[in-house]
Design a protein around this ligand. Structure first.
Ligand code: ZN
Length: 460
């Protein structure tokens, strides 16, 4: 089967030109102006942007958490992602302390295999690093194509590893050709503040925010950068939210170190004022919490300065009744918010349309960099001969409104209810197949493939 997209404005992280894209089977085979080729199907993209499919490297689908599961399965979550122009996601496998990485991988494969609609890969979260886990790092990289290892500097007793384990893990991951990613917040300070607020009877969502002040993230980000520098291991900070943390990364550049930084769409657009809405603030209870307006300015600037490399979502939705588990105690509110479907359109409208970032930068942080950093480029993250034909046809002028009534995520509220956006996904191709057309999904559960990833070097 062949397909020809004609007369679109093709935009990658580096290029911007009018032309045609010729697709054979699952991959792009030619790109150019007025390609003299015929095809089984021709799509006229006049007036539309032709963009690489989005890559969201931070999502939590069907994740067991606080006695419940995040409400999007690999089916509903990857389908919603496709509707919003994200064709590949990276989900997190969580090792259970006292158990092996392999056991956790098998558990996650059981939920994802045969159910995903869009393409996906896994990060491996290492929550218990010891002599037997050490042996599994090589196996994950060489045999499973899982080359990124997530760590937590918070959540002691459940997910956290200490600096002794972190240093040892980094040495092994570096040796085997992977990257260590981190939830960088100071867990001890946060645990203290949570206990203090609860003891004082301060139990509303606002105190979730007040339990994780900026310093907890700034301190841990700097400490992580120090350990990465000492070990030489490629490092990546997930969901960085604030000025203090970005300045810790900025300081690391002064000794010629590169630490990759991801922020998430919500930290660019929403602020902590939302926690003053009584319990409704639970919709935005996530860790780290939303910050202040000055932090949003820092993050937008950080994107343009090349310090912030990726805009992801940390998509981790919970139904309102699940959020209500914490109605009487903020520390029992499941953490996370829904955004997997909204990221590409929000970032275009608020970033490109409003003049904060260029169109090339948009593609870079939403598609190309996540693919490069995590070993999927050039198969994913660009439009070029040989790449997977994961392509968006995007109308840059179409206006629409976000709402829980029309979104496809399995969650009964929208974190962006009523937001008016400019720019909308029209069609989505996933590996050469028309997956989304006119608000309809044309591919089935099970079409999504697990993407094995290559070793990484810490350069892009
Ligand atoms: Zn997360």
């Amino acid at each position: 089967m062949s397909l020809l997209i004609k007369n679109g404005r093709i935009v990658t992280a580096t290029d911007d030109y009018h032309g045609d894209v010729f697709i054979e089977g699952e991959t792009v085979s030619a790109v150019g102006k007025d390609l003299p080729l015929s095809a089984d199907t021709i799509i006229d993209a006049t007036g539309l942007l032709v963009l690489p499919g989005g890559v969201d490297p931070h999502v939590h689908l069907d994740m067991p958490f606080m006695g419940t599961f995040s409400s999007d399965t690999h089916e509903t979550g990857t389908r919603a992602a496709l509707f919003g122009g994200t064709t590949t996601v990276i989900d997190f496998v969580l090792q259970h302390q006292g158990h092996s990485l392999k056991e956790a991988l098998t558990e996650w494969q059981g939920r994802a295999t045969g159910t995903a609609v869009g393409d996906y890969s896994f990060h491996m979260a290492v929550t218990d690093f010891n002599d037997s886990t050490r042996k599994e790092i090589r196996e994950m990289i060489e045999q499973e194509g899982i080359t990124s290892f997530k760590t937590f500097m918070a959540y002691k007793g459940a997910l956290m590893i200490d600096d002794r384990q972190m240093t040892a893990l980094m040495q092994e991951v570096r040796r085997q050709g992977g990257i260590v990613t981190v939830h960088a917040t100071n867990g001890d300070i946060i645990d203290y503040l949570i206990a203090k607020h609860r003891a004082e009877g301060n139990l509303s969502p606002l105190y979730h925010y007040l339990s994780q002040p900026e310093v907890t993230e700034a301190e841990a980000s700097g400490r992580f950068a120090d350990m990465a520098n000492y070990t030489g291991c490629p490092g990546y900070i997930v969901h960085l939210t604030c000025e203090g943390a970005l300045n810790a990364v900025r300081n690391a550049t002064r000794r010629n170190q590169k630490v990759f930084v991801e922020t998430c769409i919500q930290y660019l657009l929403l602020d902590a004022g939302l926690y003053e809405k009584d319990f409704e603030g639970a919709k935005w209870v996530m860790s780290p919490p939303l910050r202040q307006k000055k932090d949003q300015e820092t993050l937008w600037a950080g994107i343009n300065q090349g310090l912030v490399n990726v805009v992801a979502t940390d998509h981790c939705p919970f139904l309102w009744k699940q959020k209500q588990m914490g109605e009487k105690d903020f520390s029992k509110i499941p953490n996370g918010h829904p955004a997997i479907e909204n990221r590409m359109e929000l970032l275009f409208s608020e970033g490109v349309h409003k003049g904060r970032i260029s169109l090339n930068k948009y593609v870079e942080v939403a598609c190309t960099n996540p693919a490069k950093i995590f070993g999927m480029f050039p198969r994913k993250g660009t439009i070029a001969p040989g790449s997977d034909a994961d392509i968006l046809l995007f109308d840059p002028n179409k206006q629409h409104v976000l709402s829980a009534a029309t979104h496809h995520m399995h969650v009964d509220y929208s974190a962006y209810e009523g937001w008016e956006l400019t720019g909308k996904v029209c069609k989505v191709l996933l590996r050469g197949k028309l997956a989304i057309d006119k608000d309809e999904c044309l591919v089935e559960k099970g079409y999504g493939q697990f993407i094995r990833r290559a070793k990484v070097s810490g350069t892009i």
